[in-house]
Design a protein around this ligand. Sequence first.
Ligand SMILES: *[C@@H]1O[C@H](CO)[C@@H](O)[C@H](O)[C@H]1NC(C)=O
Ligand SMILES: *[C@@H]1O[C@H](CO)[C@@H](O)[C@H](O)[C@H]1NC(C)=O
Ligand SMILES: *[C@@H]1O[C@H](CO)[C@@H](O)[C@H](O)[C@H]1NC(C)=O
Ligand SMILES: *[C@@H]1O[C@H](CO)[C@@H](O)[C@H](O)[C@H]1NC(C)=O
Ligand SMILES: *[C@@H]1O[C@H](CO)[C@@H](O)[C@H](O)[C@H]1NC(C)=O
Length: 950
Amino acid sequence: MDQRTQVFLLLIFAPFLVLANHQTGGEDVLGLNSLKALWTNTPASWGTPDPCHNGWDGIGCTNARVVTLTLSSMNLTGTLSGDIQQLSELQILDLSYNKGLTGPLPEEIGSLKKLFNIILVGCSFSGLIPPSIGSLQELVFLSLNSNRFNGKIPSSIGNLSKLYWLDLADNNLEGPIPVSNGGEPGLDMLSHCKHFHLGMNELSGQIPPKLFSSNMSLIHVLFERNKLSGSIPSSLGFVKSLEVVRFDSNMLSGSIPVNLNNLTTVSQLLLSNNKLGGPAPDLTGMIHLQYVDLSNNSFDASDVPPWFSTLESLTTLKMESTQLQGEIPAALFSLPNLQTVVLKNNQLNGILDIGTGDNPQLELIDLQNNLISAYNGGYNGTLILVQNPICTGKSLSYCKISNSADVISYETLSKNCVPSSCTSDQVSSPNCKCAYPYEGTLVFRAPSFSDLENSTRYKELEKKLTDYFLGQQLGDSVSLSNVTKDSLSYLRLSLEVFPYGQDRFSRKEVSNISFQLSNQTFKPQKYFGPFYFIGDDYQHFAVETEVPSESKKSSNVGIIVGAAAGGSVLVLILLLVGVYAIRQKRKAKRATDKNNPFGKWDVNKSSGGIPQLKGARSFTFEELMKFSNNFSEVNDVGSGGYGKVYRGTLPTGQLIAIKRAHKESTQGGYEFKTEIELLSRVHHKNLVSLVGFCFDQGEQMLVYEYVANGTLKDSLSGKSGIRLDWTRRLKIVLGAARGISYLHELCDPPIVHRDIKSTNVLLDNSLTAKVADFGLSKTMDDSGRDHVSTQVKGTMGYLDPEYYMTQRLTEKSDVYGFGVLMLELLTARRPIEQGKYIVREVRIAMDKTKDLYNLHQLLDSALGLGTPLKGFERFVDLAMMCVEEEGANRPTMSEVVKEIETIMQLAGLNPNAESASSSASYEKSSPKHPYSNEAFDYSGGFPASKIDPQ
Ligand SMILES: *[C@@H]1O[C@H](CO)[C@@H](O)[C@H](O)[C@H]1NC(C)=O
Ligand SMILES: *[C@@H]1O[C@H](CO)[C@@H](O)[C@H](O)[C@H]1NC(C)=O
Ligand SMILES: *[C@@H]1O[C@H](CO)[C@@H](O)[C@H](O)[C@H]1NC(C)=O
Ligand SMILES: *[C@@H]1O[C@H](CO)[C@@H](O)[C@H](O)[C@H]1NC(C)=O
Ligand SMILES: *[C@@H]1O[C@H](CO)[C@@H](O)[C@H](O)[C@H]1NC(C)=O
């Protein structure tokens, strides 16, 4: 090549050189840029050249390829470009709640073979659902509800053999429900699918009998408000897993199949507003029925069916206009859970006997327009007997129609504080802080209850939501209001989530919150039944930080050239450019390594790609030097084998702790990367959080939040001057347990700490425990194995003997270390002191028949031995269980958390005082957890945390 040619090539291919030097795969950059070209209101970060490297909001990457695109509630407008097919590694697509997204869903979506989640709830997409969607073999979660799709449901959806969740509700879909036929696929093939949410469309024709069989594992079958005709197929009775069934508001006729009665796990059954005939169905076998609505059908005239008085779980019975006659059995009203009875417009007669009426939940009995002639009193809820003989010419209280309110007056109140008066558009949170909440509507499609005035359930939901978002330090509190029930019996609630530690959310936070709701990661209590969420546009995004202004222009040129791609000439050119770029890259590398904190993590090296960080930032050596006042002695707050810890102050005023490794103890780049990735991913009140890191000029430093009161060990040894009485120790041990439990049970993949000890538990100003130092941590293998074989690491005295011998690391190794820590808390001794091992010492001295288990000699005098140590024995029992020789005999961390909570209650303490936040961290083992039988795959097989939506 002569010089002129080189110059020529350089000029033409300059844009590619820029691309080639970027971290993100070129096709991803092109794909995203062409999506962006058709959208308005994309995040400002999308103005930077490199999606992965520059951290575009809503983009998640693995190995410099875009794997998640989650931009819900961003007020995006425009259409979805077929160029989305360039994102060939995409696994999650969530564009929910962008009402301005219109036009069709491009056929090209079918080439994104790795997709397992498509969530487009609450946009304005229209046109046909592209049949190509049926070729997405990995798809587990498909939510296209609340759009304007029309045409038929493509039969190819039947090919989605992994599909778990199918929500096409609230569109304009028409035509029949496709079932397999000859070579054609159909929905009957979706044997793993648990959710058919197809309500509020224009679907017509018969419900194909083939749709249901004993092969199906459906739990929610929702076909309400369509135009389905014909009869309900008896095959429905074979789907034994069913829990919620809605066929109401269609044009169904014929009798209800008798074998429906076999469905013993159904709790909500709505068949109202059809033309169903035959005898009123026998539901005696459906012993878990809670909510039954059969109103407005054409059943034969019949006496009150026997199941009226036998279904113990029944909360709601609605059978208006169903030709019922005879007397209502008094036993109905003594069903223990009954809340609402609506039997109006029938021919019920005789004397109304509500019994003692001592069921406080029974809110409403509506019997208007019947033939009831007498009532013997005793019930003081709402009773309506208008248009019955008993009311002829009378003006008794029950002879009036009392208007039940459309809006239930529930509203989240401030929690022990006076609401702030806020500036115009801010809102005072339940904690009385002025902020801009993220708002939206929760819609429950089939709640199992009807006592809507009872606030208990809203409070429970509120608490669950609060704990959930607080546990992730994503939301400070939530507020519920505007409870309404609409004509389809959907229960709607307005939700406001208030930001944590600031007055507004960033884009990342909004898309994170809304993803957790659109993806069903958050699970309300089961009695709320199936739900969806519609988020509002958020108007108050935090001002976005200035982005490095690497050449914006060039990436635009990239789009133009990219858009012209396809020709073989271009392929040839790309090849040439590739060769050139590699040479250039090698040259550039030396320079890059110097300035780029990620430079050392070359994709090709054993370190395996650049770190995937969430929230943590990279600092230069100079910056940290400045923040710590040249690493001055004054700021030296501790040291250890690895190096020193310095206190520093960020320009924002935030205190930080800088952990600076000795030159000789720097880890390999790989280990360092592991540590920062781990740390940036975990967020919990009881875990020290990572602010950033420095990998510059041969230094390795980690920057943490500064935890004011030092290590637990310092306090136990008296060094810090903080006296730890029994109460404080319980509180600390609970906090530490919650932190570890979070690592084990809520991180995905789970994290084993591997070095639980008193110097790794820090105490903040309010003595909240924060578990630190994930330097030796290792994530559990993803492949489903429950242990990882590794070289034994850890600290003598806390080491799990089983791990030591087998080198098999499990969560139970941390439980062992935690048991030792508990004993350390009691004795204030190091685990191994003067050749004596604390576990052995306690075991030998222990005598359960004696006061304080005969451990006086070993106990720390600072415990205040004069005062009673409530719960002491259980505490010792728990510690000893944790240090059982065999891991299998040790409790899990969530069991440890529960037991410590019980101990605290025994000691008269509130385990949730000041820390209501962390209950989410042990929720998994709670027996009452909704959908506990689908704990893992409910969200489509991948809990949201698997890939951080960035
Ligand atoms: C289901 O119901 C039908 C009709 O009531 C009955 O004959 C059949 O034995 C039941 N099947 C099972 C498996 O319970
Ligand atoms: C009737 O209402 C009062 C309060 O309004 C309540 O204390 C009482 O228990 C109720 N009686 C019955 C039988 O439910
Ligand atoms: C409200 O609902 C809760 C939860 O089901 C129930 O325990 C409580 O008794 C109800 N309260 C009233 C007054 O109905
Ligand atoms: C509740 O409804 C009212 C009236 O529709 C509306 O003005 C208000 O914004 C709603 N509140 C929330 C929190 O959405
Ligand atoms: C959404 O975007 C449109 C323009 O595309 C703008 O007029 C509107 O104010 C935005 N809404 C919010 C809530 O930011």
